[in-house]
Design a protein around this ligand. Structure first.
Ligand code: DGL
Length: 269
């Protein structure tokens, strides 16, 4: 049986990473777990996020994946180190890829970061960016109201625009040429965020770079999938499967590029 790439998130946010993995690695099968019943993780204490992430990894490991992608910044900040030390497959987080993408995109060295309370208060982006370059100037802001909007599937409503505007207000008078979407849910709100930040601020999502890192790791390990059979991706969620399916359908569509995407959703728990 084909070994899969396992991807997890607190909810639907990891689909933004999944789409990019599907685009860059169309042969790879994905097994996804979205903990929609317990989302959002952002306001939860780090030890609880670590516990939940560990439970999801225990579930995913049964499928014998070749790599695990923690497609959640909050869980990456709270759990990446510990989980990596406990399992024998490579574990990839989204914070270092996001920081790398921002460093490569900025011209001025002034970078903004938005994320959940857990991610921003962990300082994980500041650490990752400064590790790459000491010259980067960073402004960070927690936007706790955004994840619940995405989990409800309300991406384009008027009230969504208002909440995004209100949440980002403190960022609008800060100097930056890049804004890291430091939560995998935020690309769902890209249009509304771009509208508030204006055309000169590049929005950086970690999805591309995370998919590239996954691709590199699999290539280096000689584990890239081969053959012409299209994989059927498996999505598991702990909450409302209908809502999950509807959001996944909107985000992934019927095909990515010219390749059809086949997937199933199962509710667990
Ligand atoms: N997608 C998660 C992240 O990147 C959302 C966290 C949450 O559930 O609050 O942080």
């Amino acid at each position: 049986m084909q070994q899969a790439i396992a991807v997890l998130d607190s909810g639907v946010g990891g689909l933004t990473v999944v789409k990019e993995v599907m685009r860059q690695l169309p042969r790879e099968k994905i097994i996804y777990y979205g903990d929609t019943a317990r989302a959002p993780y952002g306001p939860r204490p780090a030890d609880e996020v670590l516990k939940f992430t560990g439970q999801i990894v225990d579930f995913l490991i049964q499928f014998d994946p070749k790599v695990i992608v923690i497609a959640c910044n909050t869980a990456t900040a709270a759990a990446l180190e510990e989980i990596s030390s406990k399992v024998s497959v490579p574990v990839i987080g989204v914070i270092h890829p996001g920081a790398r993408a921002a460093i490569s995109a900025t011209n001025t060295g002034h970078v903004g970061v938005i994320g959940t309370v857990g991610t921003i208060s962990s300082g994980a982006y500041t650490t990752a960016l400064k590790q790459l370059s000491p010259y980067i100037e960073i402004v960070s802001l927690a936007c706790p109201l955004l994840v619940p909007i995405v989990e409800r599937g309300e991406f384009h409503s008027k009230s969504t625009s208002l909440i995004v505007r209100k949440s980002l207000l403190p960022m609008t008078n800060q100097y930056m040429d890049c804004l890291i979407l430091g939560c995998t849910h935020y690309p769902f709100l890209r249009e509304a965020i771009q509208e508030v930040m204006g055309p000169y601020v590049k929005l950086i999502s970690s999805a591309d770079e995370t998919a590239r890192e996954t691709s590199t790791i699999l290539y280096n390990k000689g584990k890239l999938a081969s053959g012409d059979t299209l994989p059927i991706h498996q999505f598991y969620c702990s909450g409302d499967a209908r809502l999950f399916r509807s959001i996944a359908r909107q985000w992934l569509g019927e095909q990515i590029g010219n390749i059809p995407v086949l997937w199933q959703v199962t509710r667990l728990g």
